[in-house]
Ligand binder design. Structure first.
Ligand code: FNR
Length: 347
């Protein structure tokens, strides 16, 4: 793990209440997947090229055709105002500063339009299909109006995973955080939290519904199998994100690092494959790219930075991760992302 990430996690632990820290940190169940996800990236070994000109190493990439300075993006995570008063506004601005892609959660704790106004780079909107479908349509429409360039349909959360209540208390989640983007669309007398709960009945047809309704590319997040990735693409997805939700949904789910190769093989170049889960240094990113990922997302490192130092700390974390990737690429003998492939990995 990159030292700055460790420092920021420590700082976050000291500034956040124990309940909020635990909410961000927790995995589900016995936290087996949470624990294995980071370690699994180190199961791979590199086969570096000696004597390659790496005096200029370029991390420039694209996000669905839009140029970005780094393949490291910000994962969607809920309720960022619990970490810092500037919440999602700060992370969106930080992504722009670092040339990263930003993904905004349906569970944003600030108005979508306000977050969008702070974004200077491309951003995507993560969709939880809620039990009230019209409410879902209206919230996603807000994001599309505000400038989201793609939708990320989270497919691994029919019900919220059971996190270990480490300290026996649930975080208090004020209505002005939870309902900020929901309340404006509620009919009088409707219970917002019930209407906004995840709809467990959604299937592959949801991909096409989103695509037709909003005319944006739809990526499916929470894919851990090649055959499932294939199904998503056939159903109209523009890409997939290999993820076990940071070990917060199905405990004992396979680490993303071990699922990625199968998904990349099944997708066979038809669409971009992204990955997240336990990525904490440049070597992890390089491993993901070598396995065939187009880019990676980071979740908790962003939340720790946000808590530790707001927008600037998040931008610094993204820059430090990108710098570490650049260093890892140089030592492996590759000068650009197009030179990274599976031959770099030792089986
Ligand atoms: C998440 N994640 C998540 N995913 C999603 O699709 N919608 C969401 O609202 C959230 N909310 C959320 C909250 C918190 C506190 C965490 C830690 C995570 C999952 C997130 O997008 C991502 O998949 C993981 O966080 C990646 O793992 P790392 O980088 O945290 O190890």
């Amino acid at each position: 793990m990159l030292a700055v990430l460790e420092e920021q996690a420590e700082k976050a632990r000291s500034v956040l209440t124990p309940e909020v820290f635990d909410y961000y940190d927790a995995g589900s169940g016995d936290q087996l997947t949470r624990a294995e996800s980071g370690a699994a990236w180190a199961d791979y070994r590199f086969r570096p090229f000696p004597l390659r000109d790496v005096s200029a190493v370029d991390t420039a990439s694209t996000a669905l055709g839009v140029p970005v300075a780094t393949p490291i993006a910000i994962a969607p995570s809920a309720f960022q105002r619990l970490a810092h008063p500037d919440g999602e506004r700060a992370t969106a601005a930080a992504a722009g500063q670092a040339g990263s892609l930003f993904v905004l959660s349906t569970r944003a704790s600030l108005p979508i339009a306000e977050v969008a106004a702070a974004a200077t780079g491309p951003w995507w909107f993560q969709v939880y299909v809620m039990r009230d479908r019209e409410l879902t349509r209206r919230v996603v429409a807000d994001a599309v109006t505000a400038g989201a360039r793609a939708l990320v349909l989270t497919g691994d959360t029919p019900y919220v995973g059971r996190k270990r209540q480490v300290r026996g208390t649930r975080i208090p989640l004020p209505d002005d955080h939870f309902l900020v983007n929901i309340a404006p669309h509620l009919a009088p007398g409707v219970d917002g939290r019930a209407a906004a709960a995840q709809d467990p009945s959604i299937g592959l047809e949801t991909i096409d519904w989103l695509r037709r309704e909003f005319g944006l590319p739809v990526l499916v997040k929470g894919v851990l199998r090649g055959d499932a990735a294939d199904e998503c693409l056939r159903a109209g997805a523009a890409g997939v994100i290999v993820s076990n939700h940071g070990g917060r949904q199905l405990d004992r789910a396979v680490p993303s690092a071990h699922a990625l190769g199968d998904v990349v093989d099944a997708v066979a170049g038809r669409a971009p494959v992204y990955v997240d889960g336990g990525i904490s240094c440049g070597l992890d990113v390089l491993t993901a790219l070598a396995l065939g990922a187009h880019g990676v997302l980071i979740g908790r490192p962003v939340l720790w930075a946000l808590a530790a130092g707001g927008c600037q700390a998040v931008a610094d974390t993204l820059s430090a991760m990108t710098d570490d990737l650049r260093h890892a690429m140089a030592l492996t003998g590759v000068a650009g992302l197009d030179q990274i492939n599976r031959s770099l990995l030792h089986h």
